[in-house]
Write a protein that binds this ligand. Structure first.
Ligand SMILES: [Fe+2]
Ligand SMILES: [Fe+2]
Length: 171
């Protein structure tokens, strides 16, 4: 099994590609489907599995590190609120506002991901001992299975063979 944070980083790359794609136009259906993946898989793995483990040890700078994680979680809420508004504008036929604000959504998201990679994720490598049994990896797999393996592969443009390699020992 690959490291969970490495998988989150692969998902970040897929999000960067979506950011580039929105320049040429992204349908509301595609946007909604993307946001569903973001909240139900990616953010779910971060908030339910990765962050609780990261915050468990008493780091030397524990207070500051915990604050960083809280800020990251607040970003998730902000991005979700923006997505709710985007859907509302689209449904109301306010397409101009919708089109104008889509780039903001992707800019916030990609900046947020960069912050996670720089300020939060690096400490995961010190925690490998916590997942000797593969318990966390199994929880991650359960989240993906609940969402749907096929949709997950499509969403991040991952081949089935690559998926089987990353989640080896579990499938
Ligand atoms: Fe995040
Ligand atoms: Fe992330």
């Amino acid at each position: 099994m690959a490291d969970i944070v490495e998988i989150l980083m692969i998902e970040h790359l897929a999000m960067k590609r979506m950011k580039e794609k929105q320049v040429t136009g992204i349908s509301n259906e595609e946007f909604s489907s993307f946001h569903g993946f973001l909240m139900n898989v990616h953010v779910e793995v971060e908030e339910k599995i990765v962050f609780p483990e990261l915050i468990e040890p008493q780091w030397e700078d524990h207070k500051q590190y915990a604050e960083k994680i809280e800020k990251i979680k607040a970003d998730h809420k902000l991005i979700n609120t923006l997505a709710t508004n985007l859907k509302k504008w689209y449904d109301e036929g306010n397409i101009k506002t919708y089109n104008d604000r889509i780039p903001l959504y992707f800019r916030l998201l990609v900046d947020h991901n960069t912050l996670e990679e720089r300020e939060v994720f690096p400490r995961w490598k010190d925690l490998n001992k916590f997942d000797e049994s593969g318990k966390l990896a199994k929880e991650c797999m359960n989240i993906i299975e609940t969402y749907g393996e096929g949709d997950y592969l499509k969403r991040i443009s991952l081949s089935e063979a690559a998926f089987r390699y990353l989640f080896r020992d579990l499938i």
